[in-house]
Design a protein around this ligand. Structure first.
Ligand code: AMP
Ligand code: MG
Length: 292
């Protein structure tokens, strides 16, 4: 059977128009599981989370005890309301916070604008042994920067190969890169924006500028198509996850990250001390004399 990551991995000429945001590739049907797909996916997310946490611990331990330089970086991109925050909560949330390195990217600061677009990205990379998550990334520099004409065309055009070179460098340094685009439909975005207006606990998430970006939907989809097609490489593949159904989105992203961790063939490091000698030392010790 084709794995979920294989099904969602982007080919050399992706067109988001061909991917149905409400589809559920790789999700076994009711006839196979005997359960309602949503309930089944939510239930599975629990066991995927346990395995994610175990893999993450092995990655952490290998760096700590054996000097392993490897790490994983999950890059999340989406249109507004695409579900990046929710995915982080559900998928990264299954792992140990100590082993996570989560960074969000907003408009560049004055300081950041003084440097090239990868400067702030390099500073935010996860240290060895950690699972990094980028909530938006250097891809904004070929998405919003292109659609909103923040830089001239020749500048954003040169960024695709700069990104590929940068990601190649990261892969050589021991990064496993997993790039996920959460793909929602125009109508689902509208529902989610309306919900942010209706629910007072979600007003803080509403940004009137999101509606301006929404009015450029077609341009954004074209910019995404180019970024996905040009920058999905063997060392840093892109995945498009249909994201109208939150339960499918979480299940699919958990699968993709878990497969990437398993491909790293992680294991717990062996003790570099004499186990028996240490055990004898502890068994023989006595309580310290109480201070008088
Ligand atoms: P949010 O993810 O809702 O906190 O919004 C972050 C905002 O920052 C979005 O509107 C992004 O388009 C914007 N942003 C992120 N990176 C860049 C960038 N490199 N250049 C311009 N805007 C950016
Ligand atoms: Mg926002």
């Amino acid at each position: 059977m084709t794995s979920v990551p294989e099904l969602l991995r982007v080919g050399p000429a992706v067109d988001l128009k061909d991917i149905d945001p409400s589809s559920t590739p790789g999700l076994p049907g009711r006839r196979v599981t005997g359960k309602d797909p949503k309930g089944w996916a939510r239930e599975q997310l629990g066991s995927l989370g346990v395995e994610l946490a175990r893999q993450q611990e092995m990655l952490f331990a290998a760096a700590k005890a054996a000097g392993d330089r490897r790490r994983l970086l999950l890059v999340l991109q989406a249109m507004d309301c695409g579900g990046k925050d929710g995915t982080i909560k559900k998928v990264a949330g299954a792992m140990n916070p100590l082993g996570l390195h989560i960074v969000g990217f907003g408009p560049p600061t004055e300081e950041e604008l003084k440097h090239d677009f990868l400067w702030r990205i390099r500073r935010a990379l996860p240290p060895a042994g950690l699972v990094g998550v980028f909530n938006r990334s250097h891809y904004e520099d070929v998405l919003v920067a292109r659609v909103a004409s923040l830089v001239p065309e020749r500048v954003w055009r040169s960024r695709y190969w700069q990104i590929n070179g940068f990601e190649r460098e990261l892969a050589n340094e021991g990064f496993t890169l997993v790039k996920v685009m959460l793909h929602i439909s125009y109508s689902e975005q509208r529902e989610r924006l309306l919900e942010r207006l209706t629910d007072p606990t979600k007003h803080w998430k509403y940004n009137p500028a999101d509606v301006d970006a929404r009015s450029r939907w077609t341009d954004y989809q074209a910019a995404y198509n180019d970024a996905l097609s040009r920058c999905s490489t063997d060392h840093a593949p892109w995945y498009v996850v249909p994201a109208d159904r939150k339960w499918y989105r979480d299940w699919a992203v958990a699968n993709i990250v878990l497969e990437a961790l398993k491909d790293m063939r992680l294991s717990y490091p062996e003790a570099d001390f004499d186990l028996d000698a240490e055990r004898r030392r502890l068994e023989a010790d006595r309580a310290p004399a109480m201070a008088s």
